[in-house]
Design a protein. Structure first.
Length: 63
């Protein structure tokens, strides 16, 4: 990414999370929307790309 300045404050480093998400996305070959899926049960939600075993890493909730 070129140019600009980012300042972070608060309990979470949100820009760092954006950079991690972008890095993962690029490493996966820029998957299109039709490659993503979700498995939702009463206990949890899991998001994946291509197949349920290939879980999309999500940022943990602030807490």
């Amino acid at each position: 990414m070129a140019g600009g300045e980012v300042r972070q404050a608060g309990p979470r480093k949100l820009w760092d999370a954006v950079l991690r998400a972008r890095s993962w996305f690029v490493s996966q070959g820029h998957p299109s929307r039709d490659r993503f899926g979700a498995t939702i049960t009463a206990d949890r939600q899991v998001y994946w790309v291509d197949e349920p075993g290939h879980v999309v890493p999500l940022c943990p909730a602030a807490g």
